[in-house]
Design a protein around this ligand. Sequence first.
Ligand code: 4NP
Length: 144
Amino acid sequence: MHRILFVCLGNICRSPSAEAVTRAKAPHLSLDSAGTAGYHIGAPPYGPMQKAAKPRGYDLSPLRARQFTPEDFHTFDLIIAMDSENLEDIEAQRPTGAQTPVTLFTTYIGQTGTAVPDPYYTRDFDGCLDLIEHCADALIKDLS
Ligand code: 4NP
C-alpha cells in the first residue's frame, strides 16, 4: 500500500496539498496527485493554496497538475479521493479486473460520507489544510 494517488477535481488545491502534506509526514511513501478534470493540466498549484501551505512548511511550487487516467489503477496501490464526486468519476474509469481500492480521504478520520470541501469555492484554505493534516496523520497511522 505504499504507492498512493490523491485525486480532486482540478489538481491545483486539495490533492496537491494532500500529496505535499503526506510526503512531509511520511517521506518513505511514493505519492502523486491528479485531477478528474483537465482544466489545469500543467499548471502549478493555485496561488492562494500555495500561500496558505508555505508557512506550515509545505512547498507546493514544484508540483504540476495532471489529469487522472485509468492507467493510474495499475500504477498505484491506493487511490484517495477528496470528495464523493471525485470518487464516482474515478470508479467510472476502473478497468475490468482492476482491484485497487478507491477511498475517501475523510474516512481515515472516521467521517464516512463527508468530504474535503473545495477551497477554490469556499476560500477557506487554512481550514482545508487543517483537515488534510488531520486526514494525513490518520492515513499514515492506518498504513503502519
Ligand atoms: P481542487 O479545486 O479540485 O481542489 O483542485 C478546484 C480548482 C479549480 C477548479 C475546480 C476545483 N476549477 O473549476 O477551475
